[in-house]
Design a binder for this molecule. Structure first.
Ligand SMILES: [Zn+2]
Length: 80
């Protein structure tokens, strides 16, 4: 599905593709990416895998869906 215009993507971009709630993405709100919650949160890789391929990299998920869940047996993916 393609947006009809370039001006109507704000609401869409601000919705979590998993649950439909506001994702709180700073970029979608026109704010610097450094202010986005995802910059300081641990995103659950499994949540990202639930995204449709077409959604990946297009929309942010919300904190509720993206929060890393305790997963015994999984090795923590430590970034910097
Ligand atoms: Zn969500």
């Amino acid at each position: 599905m393609m947006p009809a215009t370039g001006t109507g993507s704000g609401t869409w971009a601000q919705q979590c593709p998993l649950c439909g709630q506001r994702n709180g993405c700073a970029v979608a709100q026109g704010l610097p990416a450094a202010q986005c919650w995802c910059m300081t949160a641990d995103i659950d890789p499994q949540a990202l895998q639930r995204l449709a391929p077409a959604e990946r990299g297009q929309r942010c998920i919300c904190p509720a869906c993206g929060s890393a869940q305790p997963d015994p047996g999984a090795s923590p993916n430590r970034g910097d």
